[in-house]
Design a protein around this ligand. Structure first.
Ligand code: AQP
Length: 332
């Protein structure tokens, strides 16, 4: 059985993009893979996180994952800072990866914007830690949204360079699993920008814990154009907001853009948006209810994460120790 690793940052409440681009696929993959799912708190602090909020965000995200259907007994759910092997391997990878490689990362460019001199060095080396997260388990498959494709290519470059530099065949190549018509869900306010936890506008994303009324309001206010929906995919060209809403509908009904347009093509948004609202509410409301139920018992959530970290550590330590031996560290 192939081993999967994937992570999500406790940098805020997860949104529909996280759910459709990642979490929903994580749940499905449990049937056919050995899975490690990680709340990546080390990654979260690459941008400022309020210390009073971070621990609670970590519990909330874990609760959301459990409510979505992650099975912490058959698989492993844990938070990243609890397994130090990630950091030990990340340091080695900091010394393997090249500045030029990291300079090409579009996520860094987007997040740093014009303020490159003032962002944390952690934000720059983030992809090295991400490579370590995966390779410290020799995981070979990583289900992610489309935005993470470039980071996984970099992880493969790091694995290859490590193997080459130390003359070994130690780290495997990783395969990105980018699944479905909503691999990149866009902001409800701007169809050219990805839906993001850290978006300044609360109206840009549907949170996994939003109430039915909040979801309805956000979809009603979602930016669109005045034209009705086209009948074929070609008609979505140059209409990013329409494409995004159709993509969300397709993902939630397990179809594709063409099938949605066969059903809803030529309707105006006045008719399509309520249908989309019903669909989103029907999928997210049970998850939100279960998340709230789990959050009433934080000790149980913490016990699940602790048990996951213990089992993750048992897998990671022999691999990081071998990497350290290959590098030549003296074991005293
Ligand atoms: N808009 C999206 N559409 C599809 N997939 C998405 N993912 C994130 N946004 C979208 C996928 O969700 C997983 C976890 O992401 P993350 O929390 O590690 O970091 P991120 O990609 O930086 O997500 P956010 O929401 O934009 O967080 P912030 O605002 O904190 O940076 C990944 O598999 C990602 O592909």
């Amino acid at each position: 059985m192939q081993r999967i690793f994937s992570g999500i940052q406790p940098s805020g409440i997860p949104h529909l993009g996280n759910y459709l681009g990642a979490v929903r696929n994580w749940v499905a993959l449990q049937a056919s893979h050995e899975c490690l799912y990680c709340v990546v708190d080390l990654h979260a602090i690459t941008v400022w996180q309020d210390p009073a909020a971070l621990a609670q965000q970590t519990r909330e995200l874990a609760a959301s994952l459990l409510a979505s259907g992650i099975d912490p007994k058959a698989h492993i759910l844990f938070n990243q800072s609890a397994v130090h092997a990630h950091l030990r391997l990340a340091w080695i990878f900091n010394c393997v990866a090249r500045m030029g490689w990291l300079n090409r990362m579009t996520q860094f460019k987007e997040k740093a914007g014009k303020d490159r001199e003032n962002v944390s060095t952690g934000l720059f080396t983030y992809p090295n830690l991400m490579a370590a997260d995966i390779l410290v388990y020799h995981a070979t498959r990583v289900p992610v949204g489309d935005d993470q494709r470039q980071h996984l290519e970099l992880a493969n470059d790091i694995a290859q360079k490590f193997n080459h530099d130390y003359g070994v065949d130690f780290f495997p190549q990783i395969e990105a699993m980018i699944m479905g018509p909503a691999a990149r869900v866009m902001s409800l306010r701007d169809g050219t920008k990805k839906m993001s936890k850290s978006d300044a506008s609360d109206q840009a994303s549907i949170k996994m814990t939003d109430s039915a009324d909040e979801i309805a309001l956000k979809i009603r206010r979602a930016k669109t154009d005045p034209e009705p929906l086209p009948e074929t995919i070609e008609g979505l060209e140059g209409r990013p907001e329409a494409r995004n809403l159709v993509g969300i509908y397709a993902a939630l009904t397990d179809t594709d853009h063409a099938a949605v347009l066969r059903e809803h093509g030529s309707k105006g948004f006045g008719a399509f948006k309520p249908a989309l609202t019903d669909l989103v509410v029907s999928k997210l409301a049970p998850i939100a209810d279960e998340t709230n139920r789990l959050l009433a018992d934080p000790a149980t959530i913490e016990a699940i994460l602790r048990d996951g970290a213990r089992r993750a550590e048992a897998l990671a330590v022999p691999i990081v120790e071998e990497a350290e031996r290959l590098v030549g560290f003296l074991k005293v």
